[in-house]
Design a protein around this ligand. Sequence first.
Ligand code: 5AD
Ligand code: SF4
Length: 480
Amino acid sequence: MHEEAAHLSQDVLTRSPDVVAGATDAAQADAAGKTLFIQTYGCQMNVYDSERMADVLRPLGYRQVDRPDTANLVVLNTCHIREKATEKVYSEIGRLKAHKDVMAQKGDHMTIAIAGCVAQAEGEEIMRRAPAVDLVVGPQAYHKLPELIARAARASGERLETSFEAVEKFDALPTARAPEGPSAFLSVQEGCDKFCTFCVVPYTRGAEYSRNVDSIIAEARGLARQGVREITLLGQNVNAYHGQGPQLEGSNTWSLAQLVRHLAKIGGIERIRYTTSHPCDMGDDLIAAHGEVPELMPYLHLPVQSGSNKILKAMNRKHSVESYLETLAKVRQARPDIALASDFIVGFPGETEQDFEDTMELVRAVGYAGAFSFKYSRRPGTPAAEMYGQVDPEVADDRLQRLQALILDQQRAFNTSKVGQTFDVLFTGKGRNEGQILGRSPWLQSVHVQGPEALIGQLHRVRIIATASNSLTGELVISS
Ligand code: 5AD
Ligand code: SF4
């Protein structure tokens, strides 16, 4: 295998490193639509596959053209049936390389992909012998094409002009803005390298990128000076944070845990939260911080999506139910009172009643303080959109209702468990009723009390006297 080639799976070879630096520069590059040329050899099966490939690449902004010389992406869909098929592929690659070089001189990029049976049989040989080839994809892995093309584009500094429509609830984070009260968002990370098969974020938001430590700390200090007491660190994959900063413990790359410990020392910052996280990036140092940094609030949003390992695999989540539960056990050991939250998708392609029941069982086993649950929404261009076994919408609706009822029960139970407890509430504004003020518990619950507006912007001790499904009611504790 070529030394630069990273082996993704048996069916796929690529030269693109998994995490590609400079992705933000790429995001500023020319965003004109891209062109695609597919050369099909051999049988009807290949003709059909070429059409499918054009279909999955269209939402990434690729328009098919009938000449290869200036195409941004050239796919050779090869056939292995006749002798010397491989030699024919190499001579075609040679011709394409000449076009690729001419384009490079003009500042354009051509990605060359080899698909079909020759790719399957001789992929490693092609990557070794033909450095002009960017990726090789066998017939079993065409559903991975969007991911492979996005990774290749990132590696070459290109920008994909996707036609994914934004669906706010799925791919947007709250935006960081001027603080309106004592609680503010602070963006520290953007983008995603995980490529879950249902999700548009890796295409719409690009590669994982972490802001540098100094700029984050400067912004946090500024917020603290403006009266902010609670900061929520934001990122699509915030616990994968790896920003550059001053040398610390022998490295210039800071983890989220190191960032949190540092932010906690800023005068005025009394509470820190972060959202949202991926189970695979829940490192031991971050888990330890939950037990050791009092400013880090006892609330963790760690999406699992499904309680079935079969579905998690089809989602390309890269974690199992068991590894997720193990992570939660460690987090609970570090911080026993932590409130856990998650995201769930029901009706993912191939989800059976048993798979859904496994999700319900996982929820019963964990006991969440709250969760977001969504009906699977098919996003053309994502690998899951092409999967077999799309679930009937009525079946998915029914599952969603059952899951939401269970989560609501757990949320109520969690809220009720706080009755009689006394803790600090950060007051953020006026309540709905006369004389009422509204604040937030350490576990992200809304808390109403009768109290003076002068407390808004501050933390104050509150004893909880009652609950509703969505909020707590308390009374101020007057210290003697
Ligand atoms: N369909 C349904 N839910 C989705 N999410 C993301 N993409 C989809 C989709 N295509 C959900 C996931 C994710 C949350 C932000 O949105 O649960 O964690
Ligand atoms: Fe989307 Fe989150 Fe998966 Fe990234 S980790 S692909 S943002 S669901």
